[in-house]
Design a protein around this ligand. Structure first.
Ligand SMILES: Cc1cc2nc3c(=O)[nH]c(=O)nc-3n(C[C@H](O)[C@H](O)[C@H](O)COP(=O)(O)O)c2cc1C
Length: 334
């Protein structure tokens, strides 16, 4: 099966971006001829359903839903305490006195049920793959499944799990690494793409740093069936990115991004700021605990207009991002 199945006009998938994608943004991307994607990773099952219905109310075009594979790691109390203490200076500076909220729980299985009930036909995953039972259930319900890989080996595991397509995420990509097997590997998108195209038979979707028409065409001629773009759409009018995030993106310069685990406990690429630099040697709790520990800091920083303490997720080519409507930005790729 090829990507014609996804029925988008252009070989472009709007990257699912949890916390940034809004119904208006996803629908605008779908209407502009890309495949819209709901970043449902942090949503409850009820909010996932509400989001899906809001997109359906805005567009009849197909769209996908992206889920995070839940990670079950037993917390080490000492590590959690040290990580908490490392955040204290930032909490103090922002005047946060409230207790750290309890760990958020994943509603993955209920989300899957929602997808089936809402007749979603395309679903992508990051941070691993669902178990065999879930894959079987989704396939039985006619859902096209897209995995995420950051290495050739992961792309083969995506095939072994009987997924229909694979997003290969190069090191330039903004946001979290989708890595789920072995050491964290940082291969540039163009190299990873060619290696994965040669290694697997399913459609390969290129992601990471794709910022213009030329880069899209290069990826397609190297064998990608489509590209997945995130950062290029982040500052669009319809994007749900925080206005401070958009401002930093539009004022960004080449080389301003870096990898950090300081916000969530998982490696992610974003614009370097004070929080990232000052947390470089600090104790960091594993994902998703660190994410919970920093939630209040990120929220309060946004309220106080302090982008220095916000997670400004963006890809390596963020300096090429422009403002405009989603339609205008997507048309520049065609
Ligand atoms: C703000 C932001 C949030 C992201 N959230 C997700 C997500 O929820 N799920 C996912 O699979 N990928 C997520 N990604 C990664 C994208 O799917 C994709 O790999 C990346 O945007 C491609 O690189 P680019 O940003 O340079 O275009 C996110 C990326 C960004 C920039």
């Amino acid at each position: 099966m090829n990507l014609v199945f996804l029925q988008m006009k252009h070989p472009i998938i709007q990257a699912p971006m949890a916390g940034v994608t809004t119904p208006k943004f996803v629908a605008a991307c779908a209407e502009a001829g890309a495949l819209g994607s709901i970043g449902a990773g942090y949503l409850s099952a009820a909010d996932t359903r509400k989001f899906i219905r809001e997109v359906k109310a805005r567009t009849e075009k197909p769209f996908s839903v992206n889920l995070f594979i839940p990670e079950i790691i037993e917390p080490n109390e000492k590590q959690l305490e040290d990580a908490y203490n490392a955040l204290e200076p930032f909490r103090r500076e922002l005047g946060i006195t409230s207790e750290i909220q309890k760990r958020s729980t994943s509603e993955f299985d209920d989300q899957v049920q929602v997808l089936i009930e809402e007749s979603i036909k395309i679903c992508s995953f990051t941070f691993g793959m669902p178990d065999e039972k879930t894959i079987h259930l989704l396939k039985e319900n006619g859902v096209y499944l897209i995995g995420t890989a950051t290495t050739v080996q992961e792309s083969k595991l995506v095939v072994d799990a009987k997924m229909d397509a694979v997003v290969v995420q190069g090191s330039e990509a903004g946001g979290h690494r989708g890595s789920f097997h072995g050491e964290l590997t940082l291969s540039p998108q163009n190299e990873l793409l060619i290696d994965c195209v040669n290694a697997v038979e399913i459609p390969v979707i290129a992601a990471g740093g794709i910022a213009n028409k030329m880069m899209l065409e290069t990826a397609l001629s190297a064998g990608a069936k489509a590209v997945q773009i995130g950062t290029a759409l982040l500052a669009s009018n319809e994007s749900g990115a925080n206005p401070l995030h958009k401002r930093e993106i539009l004022h960004s310069t080449e080389g301003c991004t870096t990898f950090t685990t300081a916000f969530s406990g998982k490696a992610a690429r974003g614009i370097e700021n004070r929080f990232i630099s000052e947390m470089k040697n600090a104790e960091i709790a594993p994902y998703p605990y660190q994410n919970d520990l920093t939630k209040e800091i990120r929220k309060e920083a946004a309220i106080q207009g302090k982008s220095d303490f916000m997670s400004l997720w963006s890809g390596e080519n963020v300096h090429l991002t422009t403002a405009g409507t989603v339609k205008e930005i997507i048309e520049k790729f065609i």
